[in-house]
Every structure is written in C-alpha cells, then in structure tokens.
Design a protein around this ligand. Structure first.
Ligand code: NAD
Length: 490
C-alpha cells in the first residue's frame, strides 16, 4: 500500500515515530494508502527546516521567488490529469470537477501570487513639510498553514503561494482525510527546485500535528481554513501568544431568488451551488429563499433536475455526484436528514443513501436532497450540514428575505437573483456576508478580498489582502533636514 511521506527540509521523509493512519477511498470505503500520523517532533523538524531556510528565502529577489512559483504552477498543469485523478480518489469528488475546478485553480493560485508579488507596493505619506513616512513590508517569518478536506489542493495552494511569494517560509498541515495531492505537490516542489525548507508539509491529525503547529512558539503567523469549532480552538491558542491569525470557517449561505429572476439561469446555477462537490463547499448555497409567487414553479424545475443528477463512481466521466468524504461526514449528513424529519421537514427528493454498485458498493453516497417546510430557526436551517442537502424557504418581502438570510451565526457568502438593480445593491449592503454574488455563484476573481464575517471567520485572503496578511508593515519616518534659519528645508 502506498505510503505518503512528510516533506521536510527538501526531503520526503517518514514520520519520526513511524506511525501511519489508513487513508480511505470514500467511493469504495476501503483503505488505499497510508498517511503519516506525525507528532510534535515532526512539526519541530519542519519548523527547524523553515527557520534555517528563512534568512536566504526572505532575501531572495521577488523575481526569483516568482520564477520558482511559476515553475510549480507549470508542473501542476503538466501533471493535471494525474492530480485530478488523485484528488477524485482521495475525496470522492467526480473527476470532472477535480479536472475543471480543483487542479486548474491550484495552478492559478501559484501563478496569481507569483506574478502579484512583482507588482506589490507599499505606501508613503508626506507629513506636511516636515517628514516622509514610508511603509516597509517585510515577511513575517514562519507561517503555519492548515487546510481542510473539501478542496484539498485548491485551498492548500491558496495559502502556500502568497506565504512563499512574500518571502515567508512555511510549515503546512493538510487534512489527514485527503493528504494525497499535498504529497504530490511536495514531489513537484522538489522537481521545481524550490530550496530545501522553504515549504515543509507535515501530515497528521488536527489534535496532534495541527495543534503542535498552532502552538509552536516560532510560528507567528497562522492561516487556517476549516470548521468554526476548530477555528475557535485555534484562536484560543493563538490569541494569548499574539500570533497573527486568519480564520476561514464554516458557512450556511443563503441563495435568494426574487420573482423577477431569470429562472433559466437560476435553476442550473442553484443546482451547482447546492450540490457541486456533494454540497461540501464552504460557499454552497444551502438555504434557498424563494419569493412565494414563484416557489412552485422554481421547485418543479429544481427538484426535477436534482432527481436526475447522476450519482456514481467518481472516476466515471458521466458522474455528477460522487461520494461523501468520510464515514464521519456521511453519518453526520444522514443524522441531519433524521433531524429534518423530526423537525417536520418535507423531503421532496433524496433523503437517503444512494447505492452505487460494482467497485463502489461499499461507498459513501447520499442522494441530492431538497427539503421544504422548515422554519428559519430550525436546526437544519441553522447548523452547517456540509452535504448534498438544501432547504427551500418561501418569503413575501425583501425585508423578510434579508432577515432570514442574516438569521444564522454564519456570514460567509450569499447569492441574490433579481433583475432589479436597486434591490440588488440594497441587499448587497444589508446581507451579512463576506461575499455577495448577484445573479451568479462562485464566480471568483483572485484579486478580491475573500473571507467571512460572524462565525464564518476573521481576516481576509485573496489578492492584496493575502500579501498584506503575510507581511508585517513597519513605519519608517524620516524627518527632512532642519533649516538652520529656523524652518525645515523644503
Ligand atoms: P476541520 O476544522 O475539522 O479541519 C480542518 C483542518 O484543521 C484539518 O487539517 C485538521 O486536521 C485541522 N485541525 C483539526 N483540529 C485542529 C486543532 N485542534 N489544531 C490545529 N489544527 C486542527 O474542518 P474540516 O472538517 O476538514 O473541513 C470542513 C470545514 O471547513 C467546514 O466547516 C467548511 O465550511 C470549512 N471550510 C471553510 C472554507 C472557507 O474558506 N471559509 C473553505 C473550505 C472549508
């Protein structure tokens, strides 16, 4: 069985304690590789390697850092098909999604930050006629980068690329549930000639390897994407140590459809925002608010399409819905279907496991599920389920739509569908979310700030925000020479 290795100091190495965890293929339910069960000693090695590499990397010209990151992007592109397959096997997502979304985006992340750093500038402030202040931005040192399982290479590269582009060195800890493409990335970084220790990848569980990284005194910058509960735990460790932290957390995103929306566009995009990646996207629109006058028409078309989504072997081209990522995630989603029934929800389609035969007969599949009849304050409408499950909630007025949208602890993203431009602007201002999409979903521009509000996180990633996050601004104030005649020379 294939053994994944840690990437430390430029080498692929086994965990010091020699312990491994089984890595399951969700579509079959069977283990297919082993992932290091690293502990604090492996994290210590990773941090030591990052520290050794830091003095040279942080002074390496931006053009050279850029060249190396562009080389990584090229290698991802050269190996795109292999990586897509690896991502599909590891996560259970349809290979066509890995091919069209995960892997191209991982390459774009490297390419984007490799070129962004060449244009990154800082501010200067002239203080009357007395002085000039300029902002010196320096890398912050060693960054800890922790990522989840739903978009493994996509989200890990979204952190690695800006951290390295700005001259930090890093220790990354991918999700132990989906480690394979991070391992493949470490091989590609070696091939690209990334200097040893600039990036280190330590595999293992959150409580062991993750907590050791978070708590390490020499890791002063922490970028985390994952669940809200874990985020709170990480914040409680980082706050007393005054670490700089960005937390990208869970969501319970509203998808608001007004009667004047163009249903021909709304329905296919809402199918994607509900069920792409089996609903395991932090930005999934899991609560659909529909203006009551069109609810029936919308449901008829939406449910009909949801019923025809092809649930199957993720490696087959025709598959639209793959497996859920793990037994724990499968059980969690199934338990929410039970809660939905107890709360009086009406299940219009799905609501149970799907059986896919052949090699996938032991796989973790759930049919796309649409539920109505649940109030905004029900558990199903309040808690992040993170599976192929959406609720549909009618509304009569704009105010009702806004208050429903804002009625959860989360605030990651929202979609609004309307042809009324004034209303679109009003909602964009009133909805509590880090991103509001008007007449679209998941249309991403890597330059824009990305992140949540409320329990969806703190700090922003993306574009300049990421370059600023991974650098420390220092103000340098230079007074103009004093004129011996009394004033300042000008
Ligand atoms: P998770 O919080 O369980 O794990 C995320 C990562 O944190 C993993 O690498 C895990 O090993 C590590 N971890 C766990 N406990 C830790 C600890 N005590 N200290 C340090 N590290 C620890 O999340 P998950 O189940 O892997 O991912 C799903 C969640 O991620 C969902 O809530 C989803 O909404 C969220 N997510 C958010 C975004 C975003 O951009 N806001 C993007 C994707 C996923």
């Amino acid at each position: 069985m294939k053994r994944i290795l840690n990437y430390i100091g430029g080498e692929l190495v086994p965990p010091l304690g020699g312990a491994y965890l089984p890595n399951l293929e969700p579509a079959t339910g069977a283990p297919y590789s082993e992932v290091p069960d690293s502990d604090s000693s492996d994290v210590e090695r990773g941090v030591a390697a990052a520290q050794e590499a830091y003095p040279v990397w942080s002074r390496t010209p931006a053009s050279e850092r850029s060249r190396l990151l562009l080389r990584v992007a090229e290698l991802i592109e050269d190996n795109a098909e292999d990586l897509a397959r690896a991502e599909s096997v590891d996560t259970g997502k349809p290979i066509r999604l890995a091919r069209s979304l995960d892997i191209p985006r991982a390459a774009s992340n490297f390419r984007f930050f490799a070129t962004a750093i060449l244009h990154f500038a800082s501010e200067s402030h002239a203080t009357d006629h007395r002085a000039i202040n300029y902002t010196l931005r320096r890398p912050r040192g060693i960054a800890g980068l922790i990522s989840p399982w739903n978009l493994p290479l996509y989200l890990l590269s979204w952190k690695i690329a800006p951290a390295l582009a700005t001259g930090n060195t890093a220790v990354a800890k991918p999700s132990e549930i989906t480690p394979m493409t991070a391992y493949r990335l470490s091989e590609l970084c070696r091939e690209a000639g990334l200097p040893p220790g600039v990036l280190n990848i330590v595999h293992g569980t959150g409580p062991k390897a993750g907590a050791a990284l978070t708590g390490h005194p020499r890791v002063g910058t922490l970028s985390f994407t994952g669940g809200t509960k874990t985020g709170a735990e990480i914040a409680s460790v980082c706050a007393p140590a005054f670490k700089k932290v960005a937390l990208e957390l869970g969501g319970k995103n509203p998808n608001i459809i007004f009667a004047d929306a163009l249903l021909d566009e709304v329905v296919p995009v809402s199918i994607r925002s509900s069920f792409d990646n089996q609903g395991q996207i932090c930005l999934s629109g899991s609560r659909i608010f529909v203006e009551r006058t069109i609810q029936e028409k919308f449901l008829e078309r939406f449910v009909e399409r949801a019923k025809t989504l092809v649930v199957g072997d993720p490696l087959e081209e025709a598959t639209e819905q793959g497996a859920l990522v793990s037994r724990a995630q499968f059980d969690k989603v199934m338990s929410y279907l039970q809660v939905a029934r107890q709360e009086g929800g009406r299940i219009l389609c799905g609501g149970d496991a799907a059986s896919v035969g052949g090699r996938c007969s032991g796989g973790l599949f759930i049919r796309p599920t649409v539920i109505t009849g649940l109030p905004v304050n029900s558990r199903v409408n309040q808690e992040e389920i993170f599976g192929p499950v959406v609720t549909v909630i009618p509304f009569d007025t704009e105010d009702e739509a806004v208050s429903g949208a804002n009625a959860t602890p989360y605030g990651l993203s929202a979609s609004v569908w309307t042809q009324n431009l004034s209303r679109a602007h009003r909602l964009a201002e009133r909805i509590q979310a880090g991103t509001v999409w008007i007449n679209c979903w998941m249309l991403r521009d890597l330059r824009v700030p990305f992140g949540g509000v409320k329990s969806s996180g703190i700090g922003k990633e993306g574009g300049l925000e990421a370059l600023r996050f991974f650098t420390e601004p220092r103000n340098v104030c230079i007074q103009f020479p004093v004129d011996p005649g009394g004033g300042t020379a000008s």
